[in-house]
Write a protein that binds this ligand. Structure first.
Ligand SMILES: Nc1nc2c(c(=O)[nH]1)N[C@H]1C(S)=C(S)[C@@H](COP(=O)(O)O)O[C@H]1N2
Ligand SMILES: [Mo]
Length: 426
């Protein structure tokens, strides 16, 4: 058995010529390629050397669409909404990770998680109250908030139930970990607003409350509030979408999604945490010994291969393996990829910029020889922490947990080139 067969293929230098194998070469007037195999040039009405239909008449007017939308040929690139969940009360939709490139999630595809629906808030009537252990309680309008010095930063937000420990059977990358998205956020550092009110020495927590029907409430430790926490009003350059907390939300880079309170109406500065529903009966982690961990703020290092990934199909020969990695603790320092089900690992290229608490894109050139195999990725962050496999994770955490599952995700590749979830028996 050759090494290539055993390993499910070889790793390739991207400098290699003829990456597409048979290629799209024009041979003696005939196009020879993988897609238009050995067809006569001109046999496709809109293909070379014919003039395509869309060149023969002027296109649509400028401004035919005052707010732009994707090409009608991209209709399948939409949020992934799980069926059978009571959407009106405990709703979520997932980002189609396998359809996206780069590290920024378009606003219309940002994942959603709502506990009481999406309120329609008039920013002219919206107020933020800052009170509790402060020198000067404040009631701020959105105009007041926009007068503070602003800042823009790129960060991911990830739901801590992404996915639950018993929910590893999804078909696509989105089914498995689509509750993560990344945007450029603009707003005011939370410490600036707290300084305006003046913190009293006993201040240890800030309890944030949303203006939705769930009145979602979370206690934020004061250290985070005085570090990189922000109150944000814009997302990828435009005002927040209603789904993301319009007109104002909390952004806690690297902390579990639930703490990033949307539709923010109140910051109550306290000496003790509130022990709200979302930090007691929910968003705590049951351990094998019957105890529960509370306040597990950080999202640990994680990665997933998004292409090729579940439900896609690959051809033999050259394939680029690409995906995303992220860590709530800081920068991603390394992503390793295995093309032989974890026997050996190769360091992938990281696409700049590699930002703290942001999605990081990785890539590895690969030549698949047609042998069935499994491909995996594992991330390391700047603390030296390495993403565990599911077995190692559940040895520590057991199976009573729901939140904070950052296990390595294997994609199985069948002889046909079909890609499927390696957690599900073939
Ligand atoms: N007010 C309020 N804030 C909220 C929620 C909510 O239901 N109400 N959901 C939380 C949860 S569980 C998550 S994972 C994130 C989701 O943010 P997104 O919908 O912008 O992706 O918002 C958090 N903030
Ligand atoms: Mo969440």
């Amino acid at each position: 058995m050759s090494k290539g067969r055993r390993d499910g293929g070889g790793l390739e230098s991207p400098q290699r010529r003829h990456l597409l194998g048979r290629g799209a070469a024009l041979v003696g007037g005939a196009v020879v390629s993988g897609t238009v195999a050995a067809q006569e040039a001109g046999s496709e009405p809109n293909g070379p050397p014919n003039i395509p239909d869309w060149m023969k008449v002027p296109g649509a007017d400028v401004g035919s669409e005052p707010y732009g939308t994707p090409s009608p040929f991209e209709k399948q690139v939409v949020r992934n909404i799980p069926k059978g969940l009571p959407q009106y009360i405990s709703a979520s939709s997932r980002t189609p990770l396998q359809e996206l490139d780069g590290i920024i999630t378009p606003n219309g595809l940002f994942y959603e998680r709502h506990h009481g629906g999406i309120p329609e808030i008039d920013p002219g009537q919206h107020r933020l109250m800052v009170h509790g252990l402060v020198e000067t309680p404040l009631i701020l309008t959105m105009a007041d908030i926009r007068r503070f010095p602003s800042e823009s930063r790129i960060h991911f937000i990830e739901c801590s139930g992404n996915p639950g420990f018993e929910a590893m059977s999804g078909r696509t990358a989105s089914d498995l970990v689509g509750l993560v998205s990344c945007a450029e956020w603009t707003g005011v550092p939370l410490k600036t607003v707290l300084a305006e009110a003046g913190l009293r020495p006993e201040a240890k927590w800030v309890v944030a409350e949303g203006a939705d029907a769930a009145a979602l409430t979370r206690s934020i430790p004061i250290d985070k509030c005085l570090d990189d926490a922000m109150l944000v009003y814009s997302q990828n350059g435009e005002r927040l979408r209603p789904q993301q907390g319009y007109p104002l939300r909390v952004l806690l880079p690297g902390f579990e999604g639930n703490m990033n309170v949307k539709w923010l109406r109140r910051l109550n500065v306290t000496a003790e945490p509130a022990h709200s529903r979302e930090e007691t009966s929910k968003y705590t982690d049951s351990m094998p010994d019957g105890t529960a961990r509370q306040f597990t703020f950080y999202m640990e290092a994680k990665s997933i291969i998004t292409r090729p990934s579940g439900t896609q199909r690959i051809d033999r020969g050259y394939n680029e393996i690409t995906g995303i990695a992220w860590s709530g603790h800081g920068r991603i320092t390394q992503v390793e990829v295995s093309v032989n089900d974890g026997r050996t690992w190769t360091v992938a290229q990281l696409q700049a910029p590699v930002l703290t608490r942001a999605l990081t894109r990785f890539r590895l050139p690969w030549t698949w020889d047609g042998t069935p195999t499994a491909i995996l990725s594992r991330a390391t962050d700047e603390t030296g922490y390495v993403q565990p496999d599911f077995k190692a994770l559940t040895q520590v955490r057991g199976m009573k947990s729901f939140y904070h599952n950052n296990a390595i995700i294997p994609w199985r590749i069948a002889e046909s080139g079909a890609v499927s979830n390696g957690f599900v028996k073939a």
